[in-house]
Design a binder for this molecule. Structure first.
Ligand SMILES: Nc1ncnc2c1ncn2[C@@H]1O[C@H](COP(=O)(O)OP(=O)(O)OP(=O)(O)O)[C@@H](O)[C@H]1O
Ligand SMILES: [Mg+2]
Length: 361
């Protein structure tokens, strides 16, 4: 039996202005997303931000109040899940415990009355694709969590969907297995060239396997970019803080900055109008600590090393200057707790009302 092969003409997904109100609360608001044919986009956001609700509208399990969903250029907004060329994998796998893996995967084909011989052929090809053919006759309870996850994936791809929708497909797996299975998912998705939206609240997972990441907050998309772009140029303070590690400073006047003159020039009391809505953000790798060499640079605030967290090939430093703490990273031999020195900030971004207003863009 040979595994499934690439879709001949993959379809993209276009979602416009989706809104959903549930129990008088706007859960999803003006959600817009284009997913190119063959692309994997992660829908990333904190718990309760509306990811599942959005995915269910894409799949047809939930009717939007406004907006539209098109798959391969065809408007499917008014169609139910079984009338759309999409397949969804649910967070809890939803495998039937009394059916074998084979029968679980065959189920969506049986209800579509696909001929028996074709079912056998397609199910075994799908199981081959997810590397589970040897467990075709096992019950879900007798295979591991990772294998159950792969069975759920097989049940989706056996339908040859144009669009694959995955809702937190890895959340039931332990950390090591999550990394392994997410790579398998990416591999299968690329081999089949299948357009995919994957919901996750794990930024590592989103960054590791997606072509692009859509960051969602409180029912809205904050930014859609490639993982690299999202990390380098977060357009909102939410994205800046949610993706990777970030120092958010209410007033970065204690540090020198090579990239933002306001930081170097301003003294704490020279900013009477500084609204609490203002913040400055800088990545730990852009916080450069230099041990004091005896001569302090003029105007530089002395900084103390409070904690050193070794990670092997690098160390995380927690630095303190005038009561403000920042995180930094150091390669090689790290300084010791209690050491003094100075800090230079690179790539400081200035956010006003949560929106990027200055610094790197
Ligand atoms: N049928 C419903 N009626 C009322 N409120 C709902 C309904 N379904 C979901 N909600 C609310 O909508 C919000 C978003 O829910 P949703 O399941 O989409 O979040 P999520 O981003 O998937 O979160 P998680 O990461 O925890 O799965 C939540 O506050 C939830 O309580
Ligand atoms: Mg959810």
């Amino acid at each position: 039996m040979t595994p499934l092969t690439k879709t001949e003409t993959p379809s993209g997904l276009t979602v416009t202005a989706l809104t959903k109100v549930l129990s008088n609360r706007t859960i999803v608001e003006n959600f817009e997303l284009d997913v190119a044919a063959g692309e994997l986009v992660a829908l990333l956001g904190p718990s309760g931000c509306g990811k599942t609700t959005t995915l269910r509208m894409m799949a047809g399990f939930l009717e939007p109040d406004t907006g539209s969903v098109s798959i391969g250029g065809v408007d499917v907004t008014d169609k139910g899940p079984d009338k759309r060329p999409s397949a969804m994998v649910f967070q809890n796998y939803a495998l039937w415990p009394h059916l074998t893996v084979f029968k679980n995967v065959a189920f969506p084909l049986s209800i579509k009355r696909v001929p028996r011989a074709e079912i056998t052929q397609r199910v075994m090809a799908a199981l081959e694709t997810v590397n589970l053919a040897h467990h075709a006759h096992s019950r879900p309870a007798h295979i591991s969590g990772g294998e159950q996850q792969r069975a759920a994936l097989a049940r989706a791809i056996v339908q040859r969907p144009d669009l694959l929708l995955l809702d937190e497909p890895l959340s039931n797996l332990d950390a090591k297995l999550r990394v392994k299975v997410r790579e398998e998912i990416r591999d299968i998705q690329q081999r089949l060239g299948i357009t995919t939206v994957m919901v996750t609240h794990d930024q590592d997972e989103a960054m590791a396997i997606s072509d692009r990441v859509a960051v969602m907050n409180a029912g809205r998309i904050e930014q859609v970019s490639t993982p690299t772009e999202l990390y380098a140029n977060p357009r909102t303070l939410f994205v800046a803080s949610f993706i990777g590690s970030m120092n958010v400073l209410p007033a970065p006047t204690l540090f020198e900055s090579a990239s933002l003159s306001i930081v170097a020039d301003a003294a704490p009391d020279a900013m009477p109008d500084a609204a609490p809505a203002e913040a400055w953000a800088v990545r730990p790798e852009d916080v450069l600590f230099e041990p004091a060499s005896g001569v302090q640079r003029p105007g530089a605030t002395p900084v103390e090393v409070r904690r050193v967290l070794p990670h092997g090939h690098f160390s995380e430093l927690v630095l303190s200057a005038g009561g403000t703490e920042v995180r930094s990273v150091a390669g090689g031999t790290p300084p010791a707790v209690g050491d003094h020195g100075t800090v230079t900030l690179n790539n400081v971004r200035h956010y006003v009302d949560g929106i990027l207003a200055g610094g790197r863009a």
